[in-house]
Design a protein around this ligand. Structure first.
Ligand code: GDP
Ligand code: IMO
Ligand code: MG
Length: 428
């Protein structure tokens, strides 16, 4: 089994962490290829609940090598906090490998993230405030600081000074903040260098060797398709490529080695932060999804915006990611509803759109065209096969599968590892 990509199909928080963890015991390595500690993955194993931000979900599986790929941006303080938190709970984190080419998030990027959002006012993105956007902007502007820079103090100092030349002008003259001191930043970064050193490797080379040996590698996305900087609801997106294409650039694994793309989609839709969301429910039905589904951000604790399943965006996710299997999560949250609407197309100024409109201006004006399906009352949380589901729940799954034009190979019926309906083997 070669490399398998796992992505979010909607606006994030679909349950990617649980899905990766489910595959965990049968995979040799899990690579996080994009994003940083803006991600929040909750994984429930028995009575234990873990919230991971920067570490790949595979870290909870003994024997699976967790890898932070070159496409990730790393806040070193958060990295070691997370490692220490897991170690204190008895999790072995010693096999973690970090790419020498991954970028770092110096503290000035967190400052810039926050002041920029404040400056944008009503045009703000609603970022997680973790410095993600500014760190990726630095990467593209070629003034980023990378993991390998920690091992060349003189070079590091020159790079930090170079980056701060412009940033300090911006901080002082535009945002009315104090200038950042080069030595302070260098000290803050170097404080972690010795501890990081043994974890650092050329991860692209390591992965090629693993694949040559016939090992199974899962490339795990943070965020999701509609938050992708190219294919999402720009500018209300994150600053990395969260779609399947990003798995190659973010890990150094070539496209020819990828054999499957698994997309995770919730049985309804949620979004955190600003931006268009056609099926959003601003009434008590949205409130019901939020409370029954516990839809509060793992990273920022913000209430997630909730709405019905949108088959147009799921179909779009199938297309731009080349999805071979969907995992449909949180079906249990819909239990108890009389009927369940599903968005099958949009109306934009009186014109029907079966696909996402070409421009964001149109998308922002899209109103959903719904088809409604009968609900179910039976508890489905112990179902393990499609036959265990009540007729209407099964019909809901099968209808979505037809609409999104890709097979649904597993269905989540609860947060725990075991609470999963298996339709076909994801690692076949
Ligand atoms: P991620 O960012 O995609 O990994 O998702 P999050 O962890 O941020 O959010 C998903 C939440 O749903 C977590 O609290 C999971 O424990 C939970 N979850 C995952 N799958 C299911 C499911 O099938 N049913 C229920 N009820 N909860 C689920
Ligand atoms: P996981 O991996 C949901 C959203 C933020 C904001 C936008 C940009 O848990 O699915 P950023 O801090 O990345 O510059 O913020 O993206 N966002 C997420 N929403 N789940 C996530 O990750 C997210 N990561 C970023 O809320 O709207
Ligand atoms: Mg999340």
């Amino acid at each position: 089994m070669p490399a398998i990509v796992l992505v979010g199909a909607q606006w994030g928080d679909e349950g990617k962490g649980k899905a990766t963890d489910l595959l965990g015991s049968r995979v040799d390595a899990v690579v996080k290829f994009n994003g940083g500690n803006n991600a929040g993955h909750t994984i429930v194993i028995g009575d234990e609940k873990y919230a991971l931000h920067l570490l790949p979900s595979g870290i909870l599986t003994p024997g699976c090598v967790p890898i932070i790929g070159n496409g990730v941006v790393i806040d070193l303080g958060v990295l070691f906090e997370e490692i220490d938190g897991l170690r204190a709970r008895g999790v072995d984190t010693s096999s973690l490998v970090v790419s020498a080419s991954a970028h770092l998030i110096p503290s000035y990027n967190r400052t810039l993230d926050k002041v920029t959002e404040r400056f944008l006012g009503s045009r703000r993105i609603g970022t997680t405030g973790r410095g993600i956007g500014p760190a990726y902007a630095d990467k593209m502007a070629r003034v980023g600081i990378r993991v390998q820079d920690l091992f060349d103090e003189e070079g590091l100092r020159a790079k930090v000074a170079g980056a701060l030349t412009l940033k300090n002008q911006v901080l002082v003259k535009i945002y009315n903040r104090r200038a950042v001191d080069v030595d302070e930043v260098v000290d803050e970064l170097l404080a972690h260098a010795d501890r990081l050193r043994p974890m650092v490797a050329d991860t692209s080379l390591l992965l090629e060797r693993m694949l040559d040996e016939g090992r199974t590698v899962v490339l795990e996305a943070g965020q999701a398709t509609l938050l992708d900087v190219d294919h999402g609801t720009y500018p209300f997106v994150t600053s990395s490529n969260a779609t399947a294409g990003g798995a190659c650039t973010g890990s150094g694994i070539p496209p020819t080695r990828i054999s499957a793309v698994i997309a995770i989609a919730k049985a309804y839709t949620t979004r955190v932060g600003e931006g268009p969301f056609p099926t959003e429910l601003l009434d008590e039905q949205g409130e019901r999804l939020r409370s029954v589904g516990a839809e509060y951000g793992t990273t920022t604790g913000r209430p997630r915006r909730c709405g019905w399943f949108d088959a147009v965006i799921a179909r779009y996710a199938a297309r731009v990611n080349g999805v071979t299997d969907f995992v449909l999560t949180k079906l249990d949250v819909l239990t108890g509803l009389d009927e369940i609407p599903v968005c099958v197309a949009y109306d934009v100024d009186g014109v029907r759109h079966d696909e996402i409109p070409m421009t964001q201006r149109e998308f922002a004006r899209a109103t959903p065209i719904y088809e409604t399906f009968p609900g179910w009352d039976e508890d489905i949380s112990s179902a393990t096969t499609l036959n265990d589901l009540p007729k209407n729940a099964r019909q809901y799954v099968e209808t979505l599968e037809e609409m999104i034009k890709a097979p649904i190979s597993a269905v989540g019926v609860g947060p725990e590892r075991e609470a999963t309906v298996t339709v076909r083997d994801l690692l076949r």
